[in-house]
Design a protein around this ligand. Structure first.
Ligand code: PLP
Length: 675
């Protein structure tokens, strides 16, 4: 296999829709040289986003490579738990020397997320230790991004990344970056805050959003006034990106805690630091029995190779006068963006701070692009043909080159980006232009299975489903039950668990079989609403496909009747249509069923859904005079095949129901796919 094939066989890429990834051969980077990345074919690309915002002085810089090699000859790593190490000591001293005043201690970890996580826990414990036990909340900026661990995700506010984890997160207050809102937030909540966490000047992953001038200074003064800790997350903005070593310095602000990562090692190795003021640190000093210790640490915190790389990078800042060389680069970048990109169609706004740039694209009517347009991703795909690597944030094209970029390379970067924006904006709608499957692999086969819907709730649908699963198994199939939503789950979705049992699929997680379980015994739409969520067709379809992958026959049991709602604009019939499975209508064999069945059939027909037939269920033992005649009348009224009647079973086991179905129904008519 080629490297490209091996990647697609074995890797799961971060922040990557993997199905699309698998549809195209990946670009495999083999080497790099300064500000350029080189692929396995020897093609060179300008690294326009510093390898996701980390690289500072260019790749394969001899000074950093040598420092790492030199350290490697001594020791690669020794722990900071109970031992000290030379490079971590020297790096801590250096960081304290260059950081905003007052930051006096360094706690090492290995990523931006852990640096933030450490800051959160220190801030929380600090408030507890000094007896302010009610200061347990955090304030963050709207659309915040502070990393991917659960604590840092709790601070976050980017719906696409964070929404699904909502139940796992601690509650965080969010504020828009305006001075007025900030005052209000502190007036309302100042007394209960442990800390205010923010990215100073630029909210990077939020889309390169710039905070208004003076906002950071105001935050500092409000935190002082309300005795709240200020945590600056400079994971992205640190190490020169905004034009100064740290963004905080542009407003003369010193935070109480400072999170650093990305550029810390020059972008060579995973090193992170949480810097802490002396006041905060002193709170943790005390006798062991006072239980003041900060019990936190990562195996590779203070890694010797990483610290050596960081020391070399900081040394380069001095020797190469990196910061002093930035102003002309920043000015050139600003001028070129104005000349070559600002006027292009679909360019809504350009936001720049130092060498951090976000180019926001909008539709021609100035409305935001929808995520399905993948406009940013398309620009970035095209720009590769122009020899540049970029990575977007939704519809924002990000430029964030290494600080070592030259003026000539800035021209190349902007020219290529301009060309790619023009090309992407004139492409037809992406939904059809992007192949969703690799040419070597066929599109996913159409689903095989059946869609069970009732004429009403409580008509015996689950009983029928249980029997069908047992039948399918008896025929050598691997059926997978799928009940997208179960309400009245208190606390377990009993029906879904019965289905799993009938299918003998205890290996399948409940969430595969029943992704949404709600306790109120009400319609799915209402139950979802009460749980402050909203079911969407795309989520339900994705869940169905996920379930289908576990077997060869998907048995979908929808909620209630044909028009039972999953949301205000989504019914069981919509789901059936989208899945494209044959539909089996289950009807209660009792008074009223003729009308119910005929109405349900009329609606299924109106939507051109493939109706296999109607199956009646005797849901009670007591016989009524109409029972013998209902099926015949429904058939005559609607012309739809009636498969038969499942008699009442006092003890309905899967095999018992299957036997009764075999006896009373034309099973082959029911399940042609089962043969
Ligand atoms: C990237 C980033 C993080 C997370 O850093 P990782 O090293 O990816 O865990 C945290 N905060 C900000 C502002 C970032 O840009």
């Amino acid at each position: 296999m080629t490297l490209e094939e091996l990647d697609r066989s074995y890797l799961w890429h971060p922040f990557t829709p993997m199905r699309e990834w698998l549809a195209e051969p990946p670009l495999v980077i083999e080497r790099a040289d300064g500000n350029e990345l080189i692929d396995t074919q020897g093609r060179r690309y300008l690294d326009g986003v510093s390898s996701l915002w980390v690289n500072v002085h260019g790749h394969a810089h001899p000074a950093i490579s040598a420092a790492i090699a030199e350290q490697l000859a001594k020791v690669a790593h020794s722990t900071l738990l109970g031992l000290a190490s030379t490079p971590s000591i020297l790096l801590a001293q250096k960081l304290v020397a260059i950081a905003p005043p007052g930051l006096a201690r360094v706690f090492f970890s290995d990523s931006g997320s852990t640096a933030v996580e450490v800051a959160l826990k220190i801030a929380f414990q600090f408030q507890q230790l000094r007896g302010l036990s009610r200061r347990v909340k955090f304030l963050a900026l709207r659309n915040a991004y502070h990393g991917d661990t659960i604590g840092s995700v709790s601070l976050g506010g980017i719906d696409t990344f964070h929404r699904i984890f909502q139940p796992l997160l601690f509650h965080t207050l969010h504020v828009s970056p305006t001075i007025d809102e900030l005052h209000q937030a502190f007036a309302d909540h100042g007394h209960e805050l442990a800390a205010f966490v923010l990215e100073p000047l630029v909210q990077g992953a939020a889309g390169m959003l710039l905070s208004p001038p003076g906002f950071l200074r105001e935050a500092r003064s409000l935190c002082c006034k309300h005795d709240v800790l200020l945590v600056a997350d400079e994971v992205a903005t640190g190490f020169g990106r905004t034009g100064t070593m740290f963004a905080c310095q542009q407003e003369g602000v010193a935070p109480d805690l400072l999170a650093l990562a990305k550029g810390l090692s020059g972008g060579y190795l995973p090193v992170a630091a949480t810097m802490v003021s002396d006041v905060v640190f002193r709170q943790f000093l005390g006798l062991r029995e006072e239980r003041l210790t900060f019990f936190h640490g990562h195996s590779f915190g203070g890694n010797a190779l990483g610290c050596a790389a960081a020391l070399a990078s900081l040394d380069l800042f001095e020797r190469e006068q990196t910061l002093a060389n930035l102003p002309p680069k920043i000015a050139t970048l600003r001028a070129r963006l104005n000349q070559k990109i600002a006027h292009l169609p679909h360019v809504f706004e350009i936001r720049q701070k130092g060498l951090m740039v976000g180019i926001e694209l909008r539709r021609s009517d100035s409305q935001p692009y929808s995520p399905e347009d993948a406009i940013g991703a398309r620009v970035c795909r095209i720009v590769r043909r122009h020899g540049v690597i970029l990575r977007p944030l939704g519809s924002v094209v990000v430029l964030m080159p290494p600080l070592s970029i030259t003026v000539d390379q800035i021209d190349r970067l902007v020219d290529a980006t301009a060309a790619a924006i023009v090309e992407a904006a004139s492409e037809p709608s992406p939904a059809h232009s992007v192949p969703l499957s690799p040419p070597s692999q066929p599109r996913p086969a159409p689903l095989r299975g059946i869609f069970l819907v009732g004429t009403d709730t409580g008509v015996g649908k689950t009983t029928v489903a249980v029997g069908l699963l047992a039948l399918a198994r008896a025929r050598g199939l691997a059926p997978v039950p799928f009940k997208p939503v179960e309400t009245g789950a208190a606390p377990d979705p009993e029906d879904a668990l019965r289905l799993r049992c009938a299918a003998a699929r205890s290996d399948l997680a409940r969430e595969i079989i029943c992704p949404y379980a709600f306790s109120p015994p009400v319609a799915p739409a209402l139950a979802a609403e009460q749980a402050s969520t909203r079911l969407t067709l795309s989520e339900l379809l994705a869940a169905a496909r996920r379930a289908a992958a576990f077997g060869d026959f998907l048995l979908v049991e929808s909620a209630g009747g044909v028009l039972s709602p999953y949301s205000e604009d989504l019914t069981a019939a919509d789901l059936a249509a989208a899945l494209g499975l044959p539909v089996l209508l289950v009807a209660r064999n009792a008074l009223g069923t003729i009308n119910h069945s005929a109405l349900a059939i009329a609606e299924l027909r109106r939507r051109h859904l493939p109706l296999t037939g109607v199956l009646f269920v005797d849901t009670t033992a007591a016989s009524t005079p109409d029972r013998a005649h209902n099926p015949r009348l429904v058939r005559a009224l609607t012309g739809v095949p009636v498969l038969g009647t499942l008699p009442f079973l006092p003890h309905p086991t899967p095999d018992g129901i299957a036997a009764a179905l075999r006896l009373n129904l034309d099973v082959d008519l029911l399940l042609p796919t089962l043969r």
